[in-house]
Design a protein around this ligand. Structure first.
Ligand code: NAG
Ligand code: NAG
Ligand code: NAG
Length: 190
């Protein structure tokens, strides 16, 4: 090997090393839409683990529910929030195309969003854009099959929150029980 080649090797090595050090922090790597979502991946029960909310016209976070549960079956999800002793739930049909989803509540509440990649194996990371005449928000959620994610998974979510210029995240209390949910009729046959 001549001296010139040696120099190139050193520079390349340094470049590779610096790339591999900085890559995990780059937002374009941290925040990527899922390539293709298999709706079967979404099936079952999910618990909200962490989130971040940006509500137009509101400078502080609204009171959060004690727990949020989503059951998803065959393009229908049922959301159940628990506030103290009270459970509120609603079912909603949702349309999913690729990594994007959309649903309307009534004529005016337009919900749309994107599923993002996460390294957490039993999580779903998504944003939700709510558009209506009197209420607009952007929301980022990490749902998991578990009640809480580990520190590394939470750190990744926090980085994603920052990359997306969202307000500081909140973490749900995993000791708060989830609401019991009557699973939509369609899924009981499956
Ligand atoms: C979802 O769609 C199905 C069939 O299209 C319908 O029967 C059901 O009532 C809808 N559910 C809701 C909550 O809109
Ligand atoms: C809802 O919002 C999405 C995203 O902004 C948009 O593509 C869609 O056309 C809207 N749907 C309605 C019915 O307004
Ligand atoms: C799920 O949805 C598909 C089409 O959207 C329908 O053909 C099928 O019967 C549904 N399955 C159940 C269990 O409701």
């Amino acid at each position: 090997m001549n001296l010139h080649m040696f120099a190139v090797c050193i520079i390349t090595l340094l470049c590779l090393t610096s790339v591999s050090h900085s890559a995990p922090l780059a937002c374009e790597d941290l925040v990527q839409p899922l390539d293709q979502l298999d709706p079967h991946q979404l099936e079952g029960r999910w618990a909200l683990a962490a989130g971040s909310l940006k509500i137009n016209g509101a400078d502080k976070l609204p009171p959060l529910s004690n727990s949020v549960r989503i059951d998803f079956y065959n393009s229908t999800f049922t959301q159940a929030n628990r506030d103290g002793p009270h459970c509120r739930s609603r079912s909603q049909n949702i349309s999913i195309e690729g990594h994007r989803f959309n649903f309307m509540i009534g004529q005016t509440f337009n919900f749309s969003g994107t599923f993002f990649k996460t390294s957490c194996p039993d999580c779903v990371m998504l944003n939700l854009v709510v558009d209506s005449p009197n209420y607009k928000s952007v929301e980022l959620y990490l749902f998991s099959k578990r009640r809480e994610v580990d520190q590394k998974e939470l750190d990744e979510f926090v980085s994603q929150v920052k990359c997306l210029n969202m307000p500081p995240h909140f973490v749900m209390d995993p000791t708060q029980s989830l609401c019991p949910v009557t699973v939509p009729a369609a899924s009981t046959k499956a």
